[in-house]
Design a protein around this ligand. Structure first.
Ligand code: UD1
Length: 427
């Protein structure tokens, strides 16, 4: 398995272009199964999760063709199977969207339980509750979710937790249901709005996406469309944090600055200088960072998907910072790996107490999930000497060409093929 070799302590300077949003892509590709026409989706990131989804759709009989590197044409007019084989899903968490999309269009689906990044219990009970409220029967056995219905009827669905996945999944399942479905306490993340916009362009009738009440009135026909997905808020945030960590001056381009406000506010509080234009932000950091406290929240709060990267940054701030993880119950696993590099962090339940500035030194570390991997890269950027990061297939699930982008900013990062020599120690 490949690994990254990073030699730290070099400032970053230059411009980095952000790709389309992973979390929008992994919702919109399955959402195309709801369409009775041909959908062309543009600005897709070139990441493993997108490739996995294309394989899955093809295995179901959909025709998928890349018109260029970032533009995918999906023709799901004819589908040969609504049952998905486990080996096609790999460790993709967002496979759960296949349930809502197939149920919505074909009234049945058989989908293995989702995999993906493991940071605590990640139930799908709210998704299932929503499908049942639309009139579906859901049977979970042998690691597979079976769902079917004679007909789906709009209903009121209250989400106990503002779950991103449940909101999008119920929205998809309700597109053809008769009458109106109301999702109360819906999540508001930008990719929920993006997925709703895509479905509406195909002919769905969805109102209120981006607020906590979404209304979906069932339609009879959904056609194809051409759609460009939004930029990736988390990829953009990762490069903004990298710039703050390494010091220097980085322009992060092709983004929606409004999506970055919770992060921008925190970087400014830490002493970074930030300017924003229509589709870019510029981060300047001289390396003197103030401690600050973070609490992850649902959008527009601070995203949990930037928590590991931000914690790495806070190890270099002057003083004690408190990071509270309020979305997932176990998202500090990566801290053990950061400790190998010299960070001073204590975990107290859902809070990390980060003491800075710590002297970081390069070490051999393992990415335990996608954003954990990004956090290790960020730590390595300001560590003395060489850091080797293994398990980078997690990072490839969500970041397009991260080593090329960081290299173009001046980082010393290389993808090495073959097993990391010292890895055997940890197995
Ligand atoms: C999505 C994102 C992920 C991000 C997360 C939170 C995608 C593909 N992934 O994941 O990157 O970290 O939102 O912003 O978009 N919950 C339940 N029951 C459910 C569903 C969720 O209790 O049926 C709980 C979860 O355990 C968690 C919280 O709700 O504590 C939020 O999870 P959710 O928003 O559903 O996250 P995902 O959709 O899995």
């Amino acid at each position: 398995m490949d690994y990254f070799a990073i030699t730290g302590n070099r400032p970053l300077k230059g411009v980095v272009d952000i790709n389309g949003a992973k979390n929008a892509a992994v919702a919109i590709i399955p959402a195309a199964l709801l369409s009775g026409g041909i959908c062309t989706v543009d600005n897709l990131p070139d990441i493993d999760d997108v490739a996995s989804y294309v394989t899955v759709l093809q295995s179901m009989g959909a025709k998928c063709k890349f018109l260029d590197r970032s533009t995918l044409q999906i023709d799901a007019r004819k589908i040969s199977s609504t049952a998905i084989a486990a080996e096609n899903l790999k460790d993709m968490r967002a496979s759960y969207y296949l349930i809502g999309a197939l149920l919505g269009r074909f009234k049945r689906a058989t989908v293995p339980m989702p995999g993906g990044c493991n940071f605590g219990a990640r139930p799908i009970d709210l998704h299932i509750k929503g499908f049942e409220q639309l009139g579906a029967t859901v049977i979970q056995e042998h690691g597979v979710v079976n769902v079917f219905a004679d007909r789906l009827v709009g209903n009121q669905v209250y989400l106990d937790v503002a779950s991103v996945g449940a909101t999008i999944n119920i929205m998809m399942a309700a597109c053809y249901a008769s009458g109106t479905t109301t999702i109360e306490n819906a999540a508001k993340e930008p990719h929920i709005v993006d997925c709703a916009n895509f479905l509406n362009m195909c002919g769905a009738n969805i109102k209120g996406a981006g607020t906590s009440v979404i209304r979906i009135t069932g339609v009879k026909i959904m056609k194809g469309c051409e759609y460009t997905i939004i930029p990736d808020q988390i990829e953009a945030g990762t490069y903004m944090i990298a710039a703050a960590m390494a010091g220097g001056e980085v322009k992060v381009r092709n983004i929606i600055p409004k999506h970055m406000e919770s992060l921008t506010a925190k970087l400014q509080e830490m002493g970074c200088d930030i300017n924003a234009g229509d589709d870019w932000v510029m981060v300047r950091s001289r390396g003197n960072l103030n401690a600050c406290n973070i609490q992850t929240l649902y959008y527009p709060g601070f995203p949990t998907d930037l928590q590991p990267q931000m914690t790495a940054l806070l190890t270099q701030a002057d003083g004690v910072s408190y990071v509270t993880e309020a979305v997932f119950d176990n998202r500090f696993q990566y801290v053990d790996q950061l400790m190998r590099m010299g960070v001073k962090i204590k975990i107290e339940g859902r809070m990390a107490v980060v003491e800075g500035p710590a002297r970081l030194t390069g070490a051999d570390v393992i990415a335990t999930d996608l954003r954990a991997g990004a956090s290790l890269i960020i730590a390595a950027l300001s560590a003395e000497g060489l850091t080797k990061i293994s398990n980078i297939h997690y990072i490839d699930r969500g970041y397009e060409k991260i080593e090329a982008k960081l290299s173009s900013l001046g980082a010393n990062i290389k993808r090495m093929s073959g097993d990391m020599p010292a890895l055997m120690e940890y197995i």
